[in-house]
Ligand binder design. Structure first.
Ligand code: C5P
Length: 235
């Protein structure tokens, strides 16, 4: 069992609202950039025996180097440039990680800094038990509505059996690398997560319990809330 980690951080984070503040993965929460928390989490876990590859945007190299300065034992962390979509960025990360000959890979969004070691252990336990694809997820708590083109409710989606997908998502390395390359070869660039590619490739994807705190920092208010929680030691 020799897992590597790919952390994708090449997005522009436009949904966070204020472009001049820069991509959200480099915004400070609790005194350091979001991605510094994320990378520290993987370094502390110490299980990434095949290494950690971070996928960044070419414009962000200075921001990334600054973020790394907040991470203890950052020397095993490499970076590569990403692509136009998250999917392409992941593929670039997998190509870089291949040289380390990993048995498995954990693929994670830089903008989820609040995963914990027990979550990673649940995921790795499923890999060790033989699952090729593992997805942490949380049962949907809200009632879900379908909207029509006029912003009127067109229906209620039954939430039983529905889960919200998180990361890190974890895979047998060769299997997900092959699925990613096939998706690219077939010009399928519409996948928003890697479990989606695994499903498309016909793999069984194991659900394990996600973590409520493991939120994706998407909007400005998410960053403000994360900063507040860290300052009160709530996370
Ligand atoms: O855009 P989305 O919110 O799905 O981004 C999820 C993660 O994927 C973020 O960490 C973002 O930096 C990353 N990403 C990327 N390359 C892209 C787009 C998104 O690495 N082209």
């Amino acid at each position: 069992f020799n897992p590597g980690v790919v952390v994708v951080a090449a997005g522009r984070g436009e949904r966070a609202g204020v472009p001049e503040e820069g991509p959200k993965q480099y915004r400070p929460i609790g005194g350091m950039p979001v991605i510094s928390h994320t990378l520290s989490g993987f370094v502390e876990w110490a299980g990434a025996s095949a290494g950690i590859v971070v996928v960044i945007h070419p414009d962000d190299e200075a921001l990334f180097r600054d973020a790394l300065s907040h991470v203890r034992q950052a020397d095993g962390i490499q970076f590569v440039y990403g692509g136009d979509t998250r999917q392409q960025s992941v593929l670039n990360g997998l190509e870089a990680l291949e040289r380390a000959n990993p048995s498995h890979v954990l693929i994670h969004d830089a903008v989820r800094p609040f995963f914990d070691a027990p979550l990673i252990e649940r995921i790795c336990a499923a890999l060790k038990a033989g699952d090729n694809a593992v997805l942490p997820a949380i049962a949907v708590a809200d009632t879900l509505k379908q909207a029509d083109a006029h912003h009127m409710v067109a229906g209620t989606v039954p939430r039983a059996g529905l889960f919200a997908a998180q990361t890190p998502q974890a895979f047998d390395f060769a299997v997900i690398f092959d699925a990613h390359r096939r998706a690219a070869a077939e010009q399928r660039f519409d996948f928003t997560d890697d479990a989606g590619i695994a499903e498309w490739a016909g793999l069984g994807v194991r659900l394990v319990d996600g973590l409520a705190d493991n939120v994706k920092l998407t909007f400005r208010r998410d960053l403000a809330m994360a900063d507040e929680k860290l300052s009160q030691n709530l996370i």
